[in-house]
Design a protein around this ligand. Structure first.
Ligand SMILES: Cc1cc2nc3c(=O)[nH]c(=O)nc-3n(C[C@H](O)[C@H](O)[C@H](O)COP(=O)(O)OP(=O)(O)OC[C@H]3O[C@@H](n4cnc5c(N)ncnc54)[C@H](O)[C@@H]3O)c2cc1C
Ligand code: FES
Length: 265
């Protein structure tokens, strides 16, 4: 994990609420699915860093190390609003890479990635390595599909569902998953908890391995504050489940290890 200040290379608006930010950083090796904690301002408000997935590595093609990283973010509140005003050349305080990424798929017949909204972010580096994978993407409306074209550049099998039908199929991404899943598949999923819970149930019924990247509010990002705890399912010999930290034990978990009923949906 590195803590030195970095420089913003670019901070471009991609559509109404979505931005791409490049950060100059001679990166250590990054695994698909890892994240960073970003202090959005040099001032004191907001004080806490915000977590963002590492979308892409800038620099030599196909390397897991580079000269920078790219983040994609949606403006949802004060921190991301401030982030959207930051300028190229500004210093920015970033720590990472943090957490465990997705395990590399070996021995599976088919790789299915399932993303909801900004859940696309942690899947991009993996998708770049696995051209033959299938991507199923769900969003509320066309406006949220702005980054799907990045995946289409190198993936042939990309299917989209929007809740209002303004892009792709009208419906939920989990309906696409029901159609695509087959024995011997592996699923990599990131998105809202409701979507992940559904994906996990579909995988369990099909007896298919499913890895999920979870998002929780995070204060420290390094396993100290216990603010990002999720309940895991009891293991053999232990009567009740235990709590796992999304930041340091995850954010990627085997979906069979998560107690999905413990979430308030
Ligand atoms: C491991 C991890 C990776 C993430 N990667 C990305 C990413 O690549 N791109 C991206 O845009 N966002 C990502 N997020 C979510 C991002 O961290 C939050 O959107 C951000 O912290 C909000 O900060 P804010 O100050 O703008 O909003 P706040 O003022 O803190 O909150 C504004 C509103 O957004 C909601 N909100 C805050 N955090 C989340 C969240 N994690 N999920 C859903 N709703 C939330 C709050 O409940 C509130 O309603 C990630 C979160 C985690 C835990
Ligand atoms: S954010 Fe502090 S323990 Fe995970």
């Amino acid at each position: 994990m590195e803590e030195k200040p970095k420089k913003i290379l670019y901070n471009r608006q991609a559509s109404a609420h979505y931005y791409r930010m490049g950060i100059s950083w001679a990166t250590p090796t990054i695994a698909p699915g890892q994240f960073v904690m970003v202090r959005v301002t040099d001032g004191l408000d907001p004080l806490l860093r915000r977590p963002f997935g590492i979308y892409n590595i800038l620099g030599p093609k196909g390397k897991s190390r580079g000269t920078g990283i790219e983040l994609l973010y949606k403006v949802v509140g004060k921190g991301t609003r401030i982030l959207s005003t930051r300028k190229p050349g500004d210093d920015i305080d970033v720590i990472g890479p943090l957490g465990d990424g997705f395990p590399y798929p070996s021995g599976f017949r088919k790789v299915i990635m399932v993303a909801g909204g900004m859940g696309l972010v942690p899947l991009y580096l993996m998708a770049k390595e696995l051209h033959g994978a299938t991507l199923l993407f769900g969003a509320r409306a066309r406006e949220e599909t702005v980054f799907i074209k990045d995946f289409r550049k190198f993936m042939r099998n990309v299917k989209v569902a929007t809740e209002d039908g303004s892009y792709g199929r009208k419906g939920l991404v989990t309906e696409l998953l029901e159609e695509e899943i087959s024995s011997g598949s592996v699923i990599y999923a990131c998105g809202p908890i409701g979507m992940l819970k559904q994906a996990s149930a579909i995988a369990r019924r099909a007896d298919v391995k499913c890895f999920v990247s979870l998002e929780r509010s995070m204060a420290c990002g390094i396993g100290v504050c216990l603010g990002c705890a999720v309940k895991s399912r009891p293991h053999k010999g232990s009567g009740s489940g235990v709590y796992r930290m999304v930041c340091s034990d995850g954010p990627v978990f085997d979906s069979a290890d998560i107690d999905w009923d413990s979430f308030n949906l």
